[in-house]
Design a protein around this ligand. Sequence first.
Ligand SMILES: Nc1ncnc2c1ncn2[C@@H]1O[C@H](COP(=O)(O)OP(=O)(O)OP(=O)(O)O)[C@@H](O)[C@H]1O
Ligand SMILES: [Mg+2]
Length: 128
Amino acid sequence: MFKKIEAIIREEKLDDVKEALQEIGIIGLNVSEVRGHGRQGGIVLNGRSGTYKVDLLPRVQLNIVLSEHNVEKTINKIIEASRTDQIGDGIIFVYPVEDVIRIRTGERGREALMYDGDIDSRKEKVKA
Ligand SMILES: Nc1ncnc2c1ncn2[C@@H]1O[C@H](COP(=O)(O)OP(=O)(O)OP(=O)(O)O)[C@@H](O)[C@H]1O
Ligand SMILES: [Mg+2]
C-alpha cells in the first residue's frame, strides 16, 4: 500500500527538511510553492496607511509518495526538521495512493517506486 504525504511547511525550513529526509533514505519527492492560511486566517500587518490583512501566506508544499510502512518515520522527520513551536508551522495530510506508473518503463507499484539507496533498499542490505 502506498500513501502520499503532503506537508505544508515554512519556506525557510525546506532545506532542513530535504536534508533530514535524505538522511533516512527518502529519495522521490516534489515541491511546489503554495499560498494559504490555517486557523488564524492570515496575519495583520502595520503599514503607513494603517493596518491591513494578508490572508494568503506563502508556504512550501512537499509531496512524497511512499510505502505505508515508512509513513510514520517520515512524518516524524518532517516535524523534527520544520517545527519552530510558533503559530504557522504548517500541516501534514496523508492520503491513500491508488497506483504508481513510471512512464519510461511502464513499471507499476513497488517497482516504480524503488530507488538505489532508498529507505527500503537499505533495509534489504542489512538483512542480507
Ligand atoms: N484545511 C486545510 N486545507 C488545505 N490547506 C491547509 C488547511 N489548513 C492549513 N492549510 C495550509 O497549511 C498552511 C499552514 O497553516 P498553519 O500553519 O497556519 O496551520 P494552523 O492549523 O493554523 O496551525 P497554527 O495554529 O500553528 O498556525 C496554510 O498556509 C495553508 O497553506
Ligand atoms: Mg495558523
